[in-house]
Design a binder for this molecule. Structure first.
Ligand code: NDP
Length: 445
């Protein structure tokens, strides 16, 4: 790492003790930014990096609610409004028992660069709670969401901060959150949340956008080697929103997705995952992958273990952070891996990224490859602002243009800085320079 940046990094790590995921995200970005500061010493003089690593606002609050047995439950809510240089804070809410400030800050920090790369007018933020929706009834999830919004509403707004979904927050949760916001404020402010239902301000393609976008970005990487998804053997981790739609898109382009996972195990389905059945089990019945394996028949289900034990030519990690380590990466490389497109945020550890890059595997980092979700959220905001709704085809066309544009921005930035094919460097520098220029122009704020 550039010596000038090491001192800043040390201060950031010391100021944010015990936040391992935030540290990891900061270090990964800093490792790319030395060459930018050679060209732009004004960024150092204006302390852009120090300011960028300090969120503009961090909100932590109590979320009390009652479960179906009438017992009082207490969770912790978070919203980190990280950077508004380019637009209102924008980023999802995650409901998962592992959520704490360090996770929310890593996600919010990554979101700043991701949102800048989309070319849309959106700043970076993220939020969530340690609430676990798994195994909870609809009524419990609704009471939790209503209590969560009873505090959050005062901090958000279509020109201020626009949350969306993430792990554990899908259409059901966004519905309950929006209903409570509307009730408290007495305003039908569609643009305050994205990921809404189609009949009440949502956008077509938003549910598919992150998974579709990840595949479109990966296809662009494959094209640089004269290849495509057609005929690839693909492994996807996760079986949630991002994973299912990545599987659907990859198979529509001629690939065979032979395996996917959840937090209990993974399924190997050599004929290619049956997407309609997977949607039925996971999205409608809220069941487990084990149920898919039983219903599908003729496939193997592995309890526990790692889906990365299955050989693939393309890997799409779409579950969670740090799910793919250096050993798993080395195994995949030995098995003939050509490309990795990160649908999840920071799913590959730093060791894994190094293994992929050293082996010459095409590697698309999450902040570029999964930006289709937030980009389509911005398209949802555009439709809300103009009280319009676009067709599926038009919206998907816009998503494709945006993903091709992000790929181009990353690739051309990597070329410009003398590291062709380094999408990590391209994404970090491409996003950073846009935000840094805006911060410089806006004075010391
Ligand atoms: P979902 O909640 O819909 O699905 C998450 C999937 O990952 C589930 O299959 C879940 O398994 C699995 N998973 C979650 N945590 C773990 C864990 N600790 N270990 C193993 N498996 C786990 O979430 P999304 O699909 O929305 O999000 C997936 C990833 O994509 C996250 O990193 C998220 O930040 C990122 N992302 C999402 C966007 C979106 O638009 N939704 C946008 C950009 C990025 P189980 O069911 O067993 O919990």
């Amino acid at each position: 790492m550039d010596a000038r940046l090491e001192a800043i990094r040390d201060t950031v790590l010391a100021r944010n003790p015990g936040e391992a995921e935030f540290h990891q995200a900061v270090v990964e970005v800093f490792e790319s930014l030395g060459p930018v500061h050679d060209r732009h010493p004004e960024f150092l003089e204006a302390a852009i990096l120090e300011r960028l690593c300090e969120p503009e606002r961090q909100i932590i609050f109590r979320v009390p609610w009652t479960d179906d047995a009438g017992r009082v439950q207490i969770n912790r809510g978070f919203r980190v409004e990280f950077n508004s240089a380019l637009g209102p804070y924008k980023g999802g809410l995650r409901f998962h028992p592992s959520v704490y400030l360090g996770i929310v800050k890593f996600l919010g920090f990554e979101q700043i660069f991701k949102n800048a790369l989309t070319g849309m007018p959106i700043g970076g933020g993220k939020g969530g709670s340690d609430f676990d929706p798994r195994g909870r009834s609809d009524a419990e999830v609704m009471r939790f969401c209503q209590s969560f919004m009873t505090e959050l509403y005062r901090h958000i707004g279509e020109y201020t901060d626009v949350p969306a979904g993430d792990i554990g927050v899908g259409g059901r949760e966004i519905g309950y959150l929006f209903g409570q916001y509307k009730r408290i404020t007495n305003r039908y402010e569609s643009g305050v949340l994205t990921g809404k239902g189609i009949s009440w301000g949502g956008s077509l393609v938003r549910p598919e956008a992150t998974g579709f976008g990840t595949v479109i970005f990966t296809q662009e990487m494959l094209k640089t080697r004269g290849s495509s998804f057609d005929g690839q053997r693909v492994v996807v981790s996760g079986s949630g929103n991002v994973a299912i739609n990545a599987i659907a898109k990859a198979q529509s382009l001629g690939a065979t997705v032979v395996a996917c996972s959840d937090s209990s195990g993974y399924v190997v389905d050599e004929a290619g995952i049956d997407v309609a059945l997977l949607r039925e089990v996971k999205e409608v019945e809220r069941g487990r992958l084990k149920d898919y394996a039983e219903r599908r028949g003729g496939v193997s289900y592995v309890d526990g273990g790692s889906v990365w034990d299955v050989d693939a030519t393309v890997a799409l990690p779409c579950a969670t952070q740090n799910e793919l380590d250096g050993d798993a990466a080395a195994r995949l490389v030995r098995g003939g891996l050509l490309a990795v497109g990160e649908g999840a945020n920071m799913p590959s550890t730093r060791d894994a990224v190094a293994v992929f890059q050293d082996a010459g595997v095409l590697f698309g980092p999450g902040k570029a490859a999964n930006a289709g979700g937030v980009a389509t959220s911005a398209l949802e905001m555009q439709q809300n602002a103009s009280r319009d709704s676009w067709s599926f085809e038009h919206t998907e066309e816009r998503l494709t243009e945006i993903m091709v544009g992000i790929h181009h921005r990353c690739a051309s930035t990597a070329d410009e800085y003398g590291q062709p094919g380094n999408y990590v460097l391209g994404a970090n520098i491409g996003g950073f320079v846009k935000v840094a220029d805006a911060m410089l122009a806006q004075g010391l704020i």
